[in-house]
Design a protein around this ligand. Structure first.
Ligand code: BDR
Ligand code: CA
Length: 306
């Protein structure tokens, strides 16, 4: 069982990823930390509490950073995930509250408690992860692995021509994380753009898993509509669920060992450049995925949810 903490900005594909992790037989989901990105941090926290409650997960949710490390705060882009982050689904007032620890305090504490065993899967901007690294110089080493949904090697960007959204929203934090020496796997657009779910995939999931799959189907209408308006494809990208799957099934991906440089200013801000850099830590960047297998696993496991 992988001991996992998910750092998230739910977000429709984040919601799919959280439900996926909640039902995965090889994941021990210890907690959630929240960050701005698809929505504000307050909304992300409300959504995370709501999603945990729906999945009957009795786990801590720690609220994280409300703005990028250095860049000024920015308004969330509601056209992709909707005004409240989950398309047509609006979180009812959750019964539980976030814990008193901040996200970075909680991450540091858990990495110490589960030294060498904890995987952190980051599905939003890397602000909390960078804050944890700054809070505890041993954090990067204490984590068994940090799996990041973000960036791209050869696939260009999605929020600008150059940049993927999670890196773009806090490039300085991302640069710090990639240079930290942690055991990092980057699951970027090179692979996540290829893992697509169509409306009929969601119908299937909803048929097999009426409660949680039904909620995901309801959320997916907005997400698929967005992808149709940008003319990309007839379905949506499963960015965040693919990253969670990579935590337990790295063999379904081909990785390139490389250093990652993050452009922190100018026109290409947020771009990740994979190239050897003397003295810089080497990470694994996914460049290929076994698409049919990844899709089949997502399908099968989402379909087994309640
Ligand atoms: C990433 O950005 C967000 O919109 C998604 O939730 C995902 O984490 C994809 O670029
Ligand atoms: Ca996300």
């Amino acid at each position: 069982m992988k001991k996992l903490i998910i750092d998230t900005d739910p977000g429709i594909d984040d919601a799919i990823a959280l439900f996926f992790a909640s039902g995965a037989p090889d994941i021990d989901l210890l907690g959630l930390t929240t960050v701005f990105g698809n929505v504000t941090t307050d909304q992300a926290t409300r959504n995370a509490l709501y999603l945990a409650e729906m999945a009957e997960l009795d786990i801590p949710v720690a609220k994280g950073a409300v703005k990028p490390w250095i860049l000024p705060p920015f308004p969330p882009v509601s056209r992709i995930h909707g005004d409240f982050g989950m398309g047509d689904v609006v979180a009812t007032t959750p019964l539980k509250r976030p814990i008193d620890q901040t996200a970075d305090e909680y991450l540091v504490h858990m990495a110490q408690e589960h030294k060498g065993e904890l995987t952190v899967c980051a599905l939003g901007p890397l602000t909390n992860i960078a804050a944890a690294i700054r809070r505890d110089p041993w954090f990067a080493q204490n984590c068994a692995q940090i799996v990041i949904m973000g960036g791209s090697v050869d696939a260009g960007g999605n929020i600008t021509d150059h940049a993927e959204a999670n890196i773009y929203h806090d490039p300085h934090a991302a640069a710090e994380v990639f240079a930290s020496g942690a055991n990092i796997t980057m699951i970027g657009l090179d692979v996540t753009h290829k893992i697509q779910f169509s409306a009929s995939d969601f119908s299937n999931v909803a048929w097999n898993a009426p409660k949680l799959g039904g909620l995901l189907q309801q959320m997916s209408y907005h997400y698929i509509k967005f992808y149709q308006t940008v003319g990309k494809f007839d379905g949506c990208s499963m960015h965040d669920p693919t990253a969670v799957l990579a935590c337990t099934h790295p063999g379904l991906f081909k990785m390139r060992d490389t250093a990652i440089d993050v452009v922190c200013s100018g026109n290409a801000i947020g771009q990740t450049i994979a190239r050897p850099i003397k003295g810089r830590s080497i990470i694994k960047a996914a460049i290929y995925a076994d698409v049919p297998q990844v899709k089949a696993l997502l399908h099968d496991r989402l379909g087994r949810l309640p």
